[in-house]
Every structure is written in C-alpha cells, then in structure tokens.
Design a protein around this ligand. Structure first.
Ligand code: HEM
Length: 515
C-alpha cells in the first residue's frame, strides 16, 4: 500500500517536472500549481458570473410582469388589487416582489422557499443558529425538540406569571394618579420583557420598576434598533465596514452583554440541576417548568440533547421573538379599544362576568374571553405586529394567473397588505372585531389572516403570545378606562422590525370605579 502511494506521488511529480521542463526559465513546478489553481478559480468565477447575469436577465424580465412602487410601506396600502396583489419594489441592486393576496402568499410560505441569508444574517451575531434563522436539518431537529416547550400543559402555568406582571404595570399606572397620560409601547414593552424573562429563564428582572437602568435591558433595546437600522445603509452590508463603525461597535458590545447574561443563567441552572437543587415530582416534573428547563431536558431519539451554545441561541431567540411582538399586539389592541368606546365597554363587561371581582386570571378563564380575543385578532389584522416575512424561492414558481418568478427570487409575504386586501376584507380600514365572530370567520381563506405567518416556519410561540395578550388586555381593561390623549402627538405607525408607533401611543388611564 505504502509503495503504491509513493509510486503515485512520484508519477505526479514526474508529470509536473515534465510539464515544467517545457516552460520558460524561472517557471517552477510551484508556479505551475499556483497558475493551475488560479485558472480553475477563474473558470469557476466566470461560470458563476455568467450564471448570475443570465439569472438577473431572467429575474428582471419576470419582475416586469408586476407593477412598480417607490416605497413599500407608504404605497402598498393605496394600491388597487387588480393584479392579485403582487408588486415590485426596485432599488439599484435588487428588486423584490411583495405578495399580499392569500393565493400568492400561500406558495411563498410553503416548502418551496427558504429564508434568504442576506436578510436574516444580520440577526446571526445575536441569535446564532437559533430557530428563527437556522435552516435545513438543524432547524428541523431543533423545531422538533422545542415544540413540546409550547404545549398547553406548559403554557397554562405561565398565566399566573402574566397576571403578576400585569399587576406591576397596573400599580405603576395607579401611582401616577387618575387620568394620568401613559405611553403604551414603553410600559407594555417592559411588561412583556418581564414576562418572557420569567417564562424563558425563570428570571425576575424587576425591569418594570427599574426601567431602562439595567445594562441587559438597554442592550436588548439597542440590538433591536441597530438590526432594524442596518439594512438602510448599503456599506453596512459589509461586516468589515459595519464593525468599524460606531453602530457596529455598539452592536458588538450589546451582543456581548446579552450573551454573557444568558450564558450565566444557563450555567447556573445546569449547576442546580447537577446538584439536585431543583425539585421535581415523582413524574420528573417541577411544578412550573420554564422554557429553559424544557430545553435542558430535550432529547433526540438517540438521547442527544442540545449543547449549551444551542440552548443559548434558542433562549436569545425567544427573548427577541417573544417580547416586541406581543408588546406591539397588546399596545395596538389597547389603542383600537381606546378609539372605540363601545367595544371597550363590551370587553370590560366580559372580563367582569368571567372574573366576578377576582384580580387574577386562571388558565380556565383565558378560554372564556371570546370578545377580547376577537378584538385582539382584529387589531392584529389592522396592524400586524410583524409586517412581513422574507423568503427566497428554492424553485421556479408560477402563480395561479400564469405569472412566474425564477428560482432564487427574493420575495415578501406582506402581511400589512394581506390583512387589508379589499378582495377579502370589505372596508379594510374600519376596526370591526365582529369580522372574527365564528360565523364571519367560517368560510374565510386560511391564508387571509396570518399574524403568526403560516407553513412550516410559522410562529412556534403563537399560543404563548395569544394567552399573554388576552391576560394582559383583560386585566388592564378590568382596572382602567382608556382614552386617547388629545394633548399628545397623533398616533403614526412606524416599523422597527415590528409595527410600532413613531411617537408612541399616549392614552389617559382612568381607574375604573369599583362599588
Ligand atoms: C403577537 C406576538 C407574536 C407574533 C405576531 C409573532 C409572529 C411571528 C412570525 C410572523 C414569525 C415568522 C417569522 C419568519 O418567517 O421570519 C414568527 C416566528 C417565530 N416566533 Fe413568533 N410571534 C409572536 C410571539 C412569539 C413568542 C411569544 C415567541 C416565543 C416565546 C415567538 C417565537 C418565535 C420563533 C422561535 C419563531 C421562529 C420559528 C421557526 O422559524 O421555526 N414568537 N413569529
């Protein structure tokens, strides 16, 4: 064996020597190898460039089938929908399609797409390879391992925590005096952060009372803002340039704070588990498991669990995915109810009938709030917390009307537009919770209302989110009557990854009189 491999080597060297013998003086064997490699690289690069130019031509031809808009968020909402709601938005380097009809959104969210790396890679330094950004077999395995963490048996224990966090917010508002003006996004955002820290890490942060004084809370806010801003400035697409900038350095620092924090909590919990300091019942269950417990105990069929860094990525993903989104859902629901006194009154009556003077909501109560649920859904229709999701096509796609897009096309499922599509929603700008009554929802297209997206990459936390939003809205309305504060700036929606309000949502919070 050794002899034969030596033979092969010497044959190769002989061949190279033979070749180099015919070369001009000074041209050694090493130079030949380098030139050969450079040649192969040049050929491969040329093939790549030619393929890319051919794809661009095909893509641009395909894009011409769709009407052009200047700015997606401003213009989409004023368009007619004759084209079954696909439009094109073009900036110098690339163009995107936005799909806003159930029939066009459906294939975009199916198996024939993947998440485009150019879009989601900005999240990677923070969320690592967590569920939101991972792909392929890694995503499949982790989605399977994480799904039990969102089972109703686990979620029902969080309802008490949601009630406690809402209580802190209500006490805060109470202490500001009757009719005080409060900004919803700020206060609700801290409440939902409080909730996700308790439910995912079992961590009592007192963030609602300490406000933004904690470096961890500041870092989470910084990261969200910086990720939102980064795509707006073309040079920042290059990591090297970004990390040299002030924003990039700030981003790195914030990532470190967030990672150090979650790593410390995970390490401590592992230690506790090892020392047997966490008490489990005979069935192996603690009275209330948080998401971290489930992640630490999750096992494949062959008994392999998640590594510490995988757990860290998932925990950071929950913290990111599970706090601005629910804050947006709750704040906009309260905004719509502050604008619509009749619906607010009906919600209050519903809470009172269910709670009968109690101030804590139980898991059983959560299922008895149908009108509040309708109000939350209608609010998420008008202002979806996540405005859109991006996908890249894994294969050519032909829409029902024959128009098509080539493999690789970047495209968005545009929930802002889908939820206001006149084909589906008459008078789409009117807030009307009765659209979600059982009778009115019965024959609706399954892809018409997608606040949590759909298909294999839908939101894993949607039941968690719905329970949290119902508990929070119910308890706030039980204690306060809300009206918009006319002395504050008008409410203007703006996107900060999630749908927020440019100058916040200011309401006057009047304590409800109790007999
Ligand atoms: C109102 C609240 C929420 C809304 C509207 C919402 C919406 C969404 C949407 C639209 C997606 C798809 C994202 C994409 O395709 O890029 C998503 C994914 C995800 N959400 Fe949520 N979400 C909410 C709350 C939560 C909560 C509370 C958690 C966790 C505790 C969570 C965890 C996740 C995760 C991990 C994913 C990625 C799932 C995957 O790709 O397998 N979300 N969410």
């Amino acid at each position: 064996m050794v002899a034969s491999s030596e033979d092969e080597q010497s044959q190769i060297f002989d061949f190279l020597r033979l070749l180099s013998a015919g070369l001009p003086a000074g041209f050694t064997g090493t130079t030949l190898v380098v030139w050969t490699l450079a040649g192969i690289l040049a050929v491969r690069l040329s093939v790549y460039v030619v393929n890319f130019i051919a794809w661009q031509a095909k893509f641009r031809r395909a894009m011409k089938q769709f009407p052009l808009i200047d700015r997606p968020s401003a213009e989409l909402l004023s368009l007619d929908h004759d084209d079954r709601s696909r439009v094109r938005w073009q900036i110098p380097v690339i163009a995107f399609t936005f799909c806003g009809h159930p029939e066009t959104v459906k294939p975009i969210l199916s198996n024939i797409t993947r998440k485009p790396e150019w879009m989601y890679r900005f999240f990677r330094p923070w969320l690592g390879d967590g569920l939101l950004v991972s792909e392929g077999s890694k995503w499949q395995r982790n989605r399977r391992l994480l799904t039990p963490a969102f089972h109703f048996d686990i979620l029902k224990h969080y309802v008490k925590l949601f009630s406690e966090s809402a209580d802190v917010l209500l006490e805060k508002w109470m202490s500001r005096g009757p009719g005080a003006s409060v900004e919803l996004f700020d206060d609700v955002g801290l409440m939902t952060l409080d909730n996700i820290l308790k439910c995912s890490l079992g961590y009592n942060s007192s963030c609602q009372t300490d406000g933004r004084s904690s470096p961890y809370i500041l870092a989470v806010h910084d990261l969200t803002r910086l990720i939102n801003d980064r795509p707006d400035y073309l040079p920042y697409y290059v990591d090297f340039i970004y990390y040299l900038s002030a924003d990039g350095r700030r981003f790195r620092k914030a990532c470190k704070i967030v990672h150090d924090f979650s790593e410390k909590v995970i390490r401590e919990r592992k230690e506790q588990l090892k020392k047997g300091e966490l008490t489990f019942s005979k069935t192996g269950r603690r009275k209330r498991l948080d998401l971290l417990d489930i992640l630490l105990r999750a096992r494949d069929e062959d008994g392999t669990g998640l590594s510490v860094s995988e757990i860290q990525d998932e925990v950071n993903t929950f913290l990111f995915g599970g706090h601005h989104t629910t804050a947006s859902g709750i704040s906009w629901t309260l905004f719509h109810l502050a604008q619509n006194k009749d619906y607010q009154d009906r919600c209050k009556r519903e809470v009172e009938e269910v709670l009968q003077g109690r101030t804590e909501i139980t898991w059983q109560d959560v299922g008895k709030l149908p009108f509040i649920t309708m109000c939350i859904k209608e609010s998420m229709r008008c202002v979806p917390p996540v405005p859109r999701v991006a996908r890249a096509l894994k294969q050519d796609l032909t829409f029902p009307d024959g128009k098509s897009l080539p493999k690789g096309s970047p495209t968005y499922a545009e929930f802002n537009e889908l939820h206001r599509n006149r084909d589906i929603w008459p008078n789409p700008t009117v807030y009307d919770p009765y659209r979600f009554s059982p009778e009115n929802s019965m024959n609706r297209h399954p892809y018409a209302f997608l606040p949590f997206s759909a298909g294999p990459r839908n939101c894993i936390g949607q039941n968690f989110a719905m329970s949290e939003m119902k508990v929070s809205v119910a308890l706030i309305l039980q204690r306060f009557y809300l009206e918009l504060d006319p002395a504050k700036p008008p409410v203007v929606p703006c996107e900060m990854i999630t749908n927020q309000a440019r100058d916040g949502i200011w309401v006057k919070a009047h304590p409800v009189k109790t007999d």
